[in-house]
Design a protein around this ligand. Structure first.
Ligand SMILES: *Cc1c(COP(=O)(O)O)cnc(C)c1O
Length: 392
């Protein structure tokens, strides 16, 4: 594994060169090893592979060369010793969590974390007698107050999507290490282009690669990155028995899409900042939640632990009138109405759409609208948003 430090490595050295020296026939694009099994020249070689699957090609439920190349690049991007690609972001979160807790343990989780991550703690892990406490996480005291003698895990998501609350990663890492607690962070929003939690002492980073790492709204995938020890443990005790195996073609699509990560992310950032700044000044808007707006209440923290922001943010309209929310959503021409984010395209997701029209929608939800700024020309997006808002 090549040692990677940000000051000495160009990002395109990782994205375009790392691990790409010896392809068959001098192919430029990586081959797709669409094979389930690998064969051996001898009994002895076969025996050696069976004894240590983590470091051999034996069966593609374990290692596969196309998948491993993708993992090598993702590890380097996250300043991690090793990474494991899995079938989805939820399986990345589940495997990382399961690797760190056993019956009788307690975990602390940020309350605004991804809904299926919360479900894992609230519903699934209850069967295995793992207890948990949800915390706001904006202050280190939130963790200090809730720690118990059996706390084994702190699960972070910074920033959280929808509320965009941050945790102070340096402080949480110091606190956790002092107490012998492992830390996991969902780094999907910032991507390794803008934030490297391992540099601050966080143990394990997970991603939904269905977002910016895939970047084209054409794959579902996930990543777990960390120390060789932690990833090998996850490989042997969670990945092999549970089997969320990424397909070689899926890994290849990520390899292809990763080549433009450094081109895409600054555009998402510039577009999000332009849209957020525009919205903040619009008379119909109550608040805008984007960590890189100077008005954001954790702006300094955002600047101290991220190099920039991605394209996802939310805003709240002054009105609480559902038909105005519907009109705005329907009037947008270039923002597609869809879940998820992280692709090339701009999206709109009003929080109210999760509720039936007959439901009583909570006041903090009804006028909350999440936007994803894609990589279109920002003027086109600004004009679209303006005409939709002016229709209210
Ligand atoms: C989408 C998402 C996930 C889940 O990832 P999938 O690839 O959809 O399984 C986890 N965390 C965050 C922050 C996400 O946005």
């Amino acid at each position: 594994m090549t040692k990677h430090t940000k000051s000495h490595t160009y990002i395109t050295e990782i994205l375009h060169h790392q691990g790409e020296q010896h392809f068959p026939c001098n192919a430029v694009s990586p081959p797709i090893f669409q094979t389930s099994i690998f064969c051996f020249d001898s009994y002895e070689a076969f025996q050696a592979a069976l004894a240590d699957e983590a470091s051999h090609f034996l069966y593609s439920r374990g290692n596969n060369p196309t998948v491993n190349l993708c993992e090598e690049k993702l590890a380097a991007l996250e300043h991690a010793e090793q990474a494991k690609l899995v079938t989805s972001g939820v399986s990345a979160a589940a495997l990382a969590v399961l690797s760190q807790v056993k019956s009788g343990d307690h975990a602390i989780i940020v309350e605004d974390s991804y809904s299926w991550t919360k479900y894992l703690f609230e519903t699934y892990l209850q069967r295995f007698n793992v207890s948990y406490t949800f915390v706001d996480g904006s202050k280190i005291e939130d963790f200090e107050k809730t720690v118990q003698p059996n706390t084994k895990l702190i699960y972070l998501e910074s920033p959280a999507t929808f509320t965009f609350k941050l945790q102070n990663l340096r402080e949480v890492a110091v606190f956790a290490r002092k107490n012998g607690i492992k830390t996991i962070i969902d780094n999907t929003w910032a991507t390794p282009f803008f934030q490297n939690p391992i540099d601050y002492g966080i143990d394990i980073v997970i991603h939904s690669a269905s977002k910016y790492i895939g970047g084209n709204s054409d794959i579902i995938s996930g990543v777990i990155a960390g120390s060789k020890k932690d990833i090998t443990h996850i490989f042997n005790t969670e990945f092999l028995p549970l089997g969320p195996v990424p397909d070689p073609m899926q890994a290849w699509l990520i390899l292809r899409n990763l080549r433009t990560l450094h081109i895409r992310m600054p555009v998402h950032y510039a577009n999000a900042l332009a849209l957020a700044s525009f919205l903040e000044k619009h008379p119909a808007v109550e608040t805008v939640l984007y960590p890189f707006l100077p008005s954001f209440n954790q702006y300094e923290l955002a600047q101290s632990q991220m190099r920039g922001g991605s394209g996802l943010f939310s805003f709240r309209l002054k009105t609480r009138n559902l038909s105005a929310i519907k009109t705005l959503t329907n009037r947008l021409r270039y923002f597609k109405r869809a879940v998820s984010w992280g692709g090339y395209e701009s999206l709109v997701f009003p929080a109210a759409v999760k509720y039936a029209d007959t439901d009583k929608i909570p006041d903090d939800r009804i006028s909350l609208i999440r936007l994803h700024a894609g990589i279109e020309e920002k003027e086109m997006l600004l004009e679209d948003l303006e005409q939709a808002l002016n229709s209210l």
